[in-house]
Ligand binder design. Sequence first.
Ligand code: NAP
Length: 318
Amino acid sequence: MTRNLLVIGSATPRMMDQFSKMFTVHFAEQGRTLAPALAGKADQIVAVSTYGDRGIGRDLIAALPNLEIISSYGVGYDGIDVQAAIDRGIMVTHTPNVLNADVANTAIMLMLAVSRRLVVDDAYVRAGRWAREGAAPLRRSIEGKKVGILGLGRIGETIAEKLQVFDCEVVYHSRNPKPEVSYEYYGNLVMMAGDCDYLVVVTPGGSATRKLVGREVIEALGPEGTLINIARGTVVDEAELVAALQDGRLGAAGLDVFENEPHVPEALFAMENVVLTPHVGSATEETRRAMGDLVVENIVRFFNEGKAVTPVPECRGM
Ligand code: NAP
């Protein structure tokens, strides 16, 4: 009997080729409830392929009585109710490391784009203003600046390494210091923000980090400071961020993630000191292929060898 797999959201053609060799594949739009058309198949579904934001909630997990593995596309898994999975002995996997380089590149791309006003200057040329009005204004360099990384994990460390090329002074804040790195550790996020030119946010999302970057942190970063968020929109208090940018209490921002994606506060659209990208941190052909391959490999190895490749930390002992 072929096994059944539920794809929540979508899967790439390359992933589908692999899935269809092993499974009968079904689709669901989102990870909260099961569509009535699938109700009769619920007890045959043994694997779920999902991704960070769609995730899978407790109700849908409960509706799949024979589910054995949830394989997620992406490193962040804040959309998955991991505790509900663990309560049922269901394995949860994600795709760490393969995306470190491109997500780090996105952070640095945003730092450069904001500081050098790349988008503004591009528009200046396209509008014919260079020829009419002359040279564009001078911009700020990222060379030699002090960069505070909030969350020096896999991606945070990759950003720190890449910033050495720009002679940046890297410091960091997380809940625990990392004795193995030489960057200065700040136990206090507000103090770090106050000392830095850039604050790069790269923690997981979820309740533990909700609005970690609030008014106090934003004001400490200040009118000369730049906030880069490539983590999750929920980590930054978005209303405070918009207000601080409007009042000049924060200098600039580069944002890849937002509280209510794909909806972005329209107040940001007119700001020249802000660069916005549509949650594309890992969105290159190369990295997305590697992520898809790991989603498939986790499922294949789990069923063939009884062991997944990259379980989320909470499932490592399973
Ligand atoms: P990771 O290796 O687990 O690193 C996370 C870091 O955040 C750790 O240093 C951790 O240190 C710190 N942290 C966790 N909770 C914290 C808290 N409450 N306060 C302060 N620091 C905290 O994860 P990663 O692989 O680098 O990925 C990080 C996140 O990037 C993902 O979870 C995802 O949300 C985001 N991401 C975004 C994109 C995108 O497209 N924009 C792509 C990939 C990933 P401690 O445990 O010591 O606190």
